[in-house]
Design a protein around this ligand. Structure first.
Ligand code: FDA
Length: 391
């Protein structure tokens, strides 16, 4: 069977579905998954953190820090909120501008499908994507739909198959392979928004402890929860930092960022030198963590036994702890892929490949990666919309 369409969108995730609703008539969206928007479904603990009220380009990593600006400014978080409101989907701000559905992320998927249907687009799930070729002014794509081979001819082809994170959910490097096939460069890709692992059994014993802390790597620093796990470190501050971390580097941890801990310890020593160091630390962090810090530092005696300089060292160990991860948990659990299709080859207004008219790349497949907190979906909506407008 041969099918001719105006636009073939590869990938029915956040970006592909958004693009399909805006790309005009004759759109076919294909995906090998059983259902569209699987990552939307599981996102935000099933409530989808669908955007961020503070969405601005500063919250995105890319080789070209300016690339995302055009799409983000033309289809903003407010545009998406308006769409969500128009569908009567109830939402709330959880923290730091992060907007979640009150009910279920399935409402966002249903909304996108409804928009896609209103636009007259066709969606095929359970469809495998084979060879892609360009000849006689059109893209020719070999598909296998429910076991049946289908050849699709399309004027425009949109790469929207996302990144490599969570292969178990169907993530593949297809967009990168196809981009390279058409002469587009792909920047180095790495797992991001991902927990760190380490081999320190002492720290593993702290599994379950959470602290409001600060984690810093590269030129970035995040004040949010840090969570000790059986495998390493997680929690929002850690996930954010992972996007800026390089193997072999330290992450600087501050487990008590709100206080001058040295001052607190010195004051406590003056007030009551018989107290133990752990009991004072426990006023500023969970008891188990305070005890573990004292043990790690090999402290004996009470506060009065510690010279002020030693109290300064203790404070430093807690507030400027150079933690060396062994690795990250990798694509198995990473929320996103850092890097991707090099923006140098794409128009920032249309997402079209500069040297391959009719070829577009959107969403996570592109070298634009947002912070944790709804930024990555906003990039999917904005870039999908921008390509849709241009097609
Ligand atoms: P996405 O990955 O959504 O879609 C790609 C589609 O292509 C998939 O449907 C896939 O099946 C299909 N595909 C891939 N390879 C294929 C192939 N070879 N053949 C056919 N089809 C193929 N972000 C956020 O802003 N807020 C949040 O709350 C969360 N939460 C979250 C939780 C978890 C567990 C993860 C893993 C990720 C998040 N994210 C997030 C990130 C967010 O899910 C991600 O950035 C977007 O889904 C990216 O949208 P895309 O459409 O680009 O790719």
């Amino acid at each position: 069977m041969v099918k001719t369409v105006n636009t073939l969108i590869l990938g029915a995730g956040a970006a592909g579905l958004m693009c399909a609703a805006h790309a005009g008539p004759g759109v076919l969206v294909v995906d090998h998954a059983k259902a569209p928007g699987e990552k939307i479904r599981i996102s935000g603990g099933g409530r989808c953190n669908f955007t961020n009220m503070g969405c601005d380009p500063e919250a995105f990593l890319s080789n070209n820090a300016h690339f995302a600006k055009s799409a983000l400014s033309r289809y903003t978080q407010w545009d998406f909120i308006e769409l969500v409101d128009a569908y009567g989907i109830a939402w709330h701000e959880k923290t730091l501008g992060q907007l979640f559905c009150d009910g279920s992320s399935k409402e966002i998927i249903a909304m996108l499908i409804s928009e896609l249907e209103k636009a007259g687009a066709t969606l095929w799930c359970k469809t495998e994507i084979g060879d892609v070729a360009w000849r006689d002014g059109a893209f020719h794509v070999a598909l296998v739909r429910a076991g049946e081979p289908v050849r699709v001819k399309a004027k425009s082809l949109v790469l929207a198959t996302g990144g490599k994170s969570i292969p178990k959910m169907g993530a593949t490097g297809l967009a990168y392979r196809l981009a390279e096939q058409f002469g587009l460069a792909v920047t180095e890709t790495r797992p991001a928004l991902v927990p760190f692992t380490h081999d320190d059994d002492g720290l593993k014993a702290l599994a379950g402890v959470a602290v409001e802390g600060r984690a810093a790597a590269g030129n970035a620093s995040f004040d949010e929860a840090i969570l000790f796990t059986h495998r390493g470190l997680s929690g929002p501050a850690i996930l954010q930092t992972s996007s800026y971390w390089r193997e072999g580097e330290d992450v600087l941890l501050n487990l008590c960022p709100e206080r001058d801990l040295k001052e607190c310890l010195i004051e406590a020593k003056r007030a009551s030198g018989r107290r133990g160091v752990a009991s004072v630390l426990a006023e500023h962090m969970p008891q188990r963590l305070a005890q573990a810090m004292v043990e790690r530092l090999g402290l004996t005696g009470n506060l009065a036994d510690q010279p002020d300089a030693r109290l300064g060292e203790i404070a430093k160990a807690v507030q400027a702890w150079p933690f060396r991860p062994t690795a990250t948990e990798g694509y198995r659990t990473a929320e996103v892929t850092l890097g991707g299709i090099d923006t140098a080859g794409l128009s920032s207004t249309t997402m079209e490949a500069k040297d391959v008219p009719g070829l577009f790349a959107i969403g996570e497949a592109v070298d634009v990666t947002g912070w944790l907190g709804g930024y990555n979906f906003q990039w999917a909506w904005s870039s999908g919309w921008a390509a849709g407008q241009a097609i």
